[in-house]
Design a protein around this ligand. Structure first.
Ligand code: ADQ
Length: 460
């Protein structure tokens, strides 16, 4: 008999909110499969006075416990330490990181408050599954509040090379806190290896024969669980009415020229300027390709309060302006850049229409857009995935056109090659990618993680 599941993630898919993403659906499924449990997270609300408890709702046997943040907590914990220190460092952008002691203090305080709160919702036989970089200290804080059962943690973003992680002034403190988890899940073998190497080289951790690591008087498991999607569900979405309507609309506008597509949240980790430059380079170097393909980039702004995002926006506007001014004609615009989000159905239709997808982040935990693109293709006439070697998905999709996103010439060459790739080669490459996304689906991911967590017993 397994205990209930207790999930903590920064944002939850609260009752009544649409569960748009595959992840939200997967976690909701995990909770209901266990016959209930608790899903804890930030409510999304900012309040004036320090909140004490959480708002609790019950839906289909699942308790949602949502805690508010004060403005100061939101600024220091969320916008500050999580988004201006952890996010850039974990994505290898130490140059953009801001190490403010006050931000870390807020991060610590919120993790403490949330850890205490969450401990109150647990029963002795439960298992706890904590998500992502907002909550690196949450397990330790739960332990301090008396929770001694199993705690699993999954990191959705990359775990950087030890030298990069060590640039965080609080890395020792973070590492000790992370050792309160019993099972740590990472997106790729590269991340798992980075984490292990960090513990072994920096903290004298010892790799045990069974693969676990002994460190800070605890024994923990670090393992790869590559997140996926539901390929059948996404393929069906791509054939639906809304998807077809979106594809027809865009197909009409680009007059059925080859569509080169990018879909990302607007973030400096996604390599958007490099991608636009490379597309510009294709046009610079290949007069015959001018007027023959259209690049559509969808990138809704995220975390706009952060200066680095505003700089990115200015850069993208400049690049689009330059390329369109050089090459647009009366009936053709080379780049269209839409700074807004679209429903999954619309994206699915565009993926299927696209001849080439550019998924070229400078660093990315996994990148589910790459997998969704593959799932949405017509098996008889599939498009080509140009994929960054620094996206987690690259480990699983060696038959994509792998690129170094910093190498503009190489990227331009890959786009050129993708646009001209013969049908037979497109099919062969796609078949291998399709097989791969069917191996580690989102259902596989949550089952594999929870199975590993259920067999992990806290040792100390
Ligand atoms: P993200 O950085 O958000 O996620 P990604 O995995 O590509 O990156 O996307 C997650 C979901 O958001 C996908 O379902 C995708 O369709 C959707 N999405 C992305 N751009 C969109 C857009 N412009 N409009 C509408 N929807 C969009 C983090 C990590 C990733 C990791 C995931 C899951 O940064 O590396 O793959 O978590 O673990």
């Amino acid at each position: 008999m397994t205990g209930r599941l207790i999930i903590a993630s920064n944002r939850t898919a609260a009752p009544g909110e649409a569960r748009a993403g595959g992840l939200a659906v997967a976690l909701a499924d995990a909770l209901s499969e266990r016959g209930g449990g608790v899903w804890f997270g930030w409510s999304g609300d900012i309040v004036e006075r320090e909140p004490r408890g959480a708002h609790v709702f019950t839906e289909d046997g699942v308790e949602f416990a949502l805690a508010d943040l004060t403005q100061a907590e939101y600024d220091g914990y969320y916008l500050g330490y999580a988004n201006r220190a952890l996010w850039p460092v974990f994505h290898y952008r130490i140059d953009l990181a801001q190490f403010e002691e006050a931000d870390f203090a807020a991060y610590e305080a919120v993790n403490r408050r949330f850890g205490r709160l969450l401990a109150q919702f647990t029963r002795p036989e439960d298992v706890v599954w904590i998500h992502d970089y907002h909550f690196l200290l949450l397990g330790q804080e739960m332990r301090a509040s008396g929770w001694s059962g199993p705690i699993g943690f999954f990191l959705h973003i990359p775990f950087p090379a030890p030298e990069v992680f060590s640039s965080l002034p609080q890395h020792q403190r973070l590492a000790r806190a992370m050792a309160a988890f019993d099972l740590l899940g990472f997106q790729t073998d590269r991340d798992t290896a980075n984490f292990r190497r960090y513990l072994i080289d920096t903290h004298g951790g010892e790799l045990l024969e069974d693969g676990r690591i002994a460190v800070f008087d605890r024994v923990l498991t670090a393992k790869t669980f590559s997140i996926g999607i539901d390929p059948d569900d996404f393929a069906a979405l791509a054939l639906g009415d809304e998807a077809r309507a979106a594809a027809e609309r865009v197909g009409g506008i680009i007059d059925n020229r080859a569509l080169v597509l990018g879909v990302d949240r607007m973030d400096y980790s996604k390599g958007l300027p490099q991608r636009m430059e490379a597309f510009g380079r294709v046009l610079d170097d290949n007069p015959d390709l001018r007027g023959r393909s259209s690049f559509l980039q969808i990138a809704p702004p995220s975390r706009e309060a952060v200066d680095a995002y505003q700089a990115l926006r200015v850069e993208l506007d400049r690049l689009t302006g330059r390329i369109n001014a050089d090459y647009a004609d009366l009936d053709w615009v080379p780049i269209r850049y839409l700074a807004r989000g679209y429903p999954r159905e619309t994206l699915a239709g565009l993926y299927r229409l696209a001849r080439v997808a550019l998924v070229t982040p400078l660093h990315d935990g996994m990148n589910l857009v790459a997998k969704e693109f593959v799932a949405a293709q017509d098996p008889e006439d599939p498009g080509v995935l140009v994929l960054s070697e620094f996206a987690g998905a690259a480990e699983q999709m060696p038959t994509s056109l792998l690129v170094n996103p910093h190498d503009i010439a190489g990227l331009a060459e890959a786009i050129h090659r993708a646009l001209l790739m013969p049908l037979e080669e497109r099919r062969e490459r796609w078949q291998a990618m399709d097989a791969s996304i069917r191996e580690t689906t989102i259902a596989w991911w949550r089952h594999a993680f929870l199975e590993a967590l259920d067999t992990t017993r806290p040792d100390a």
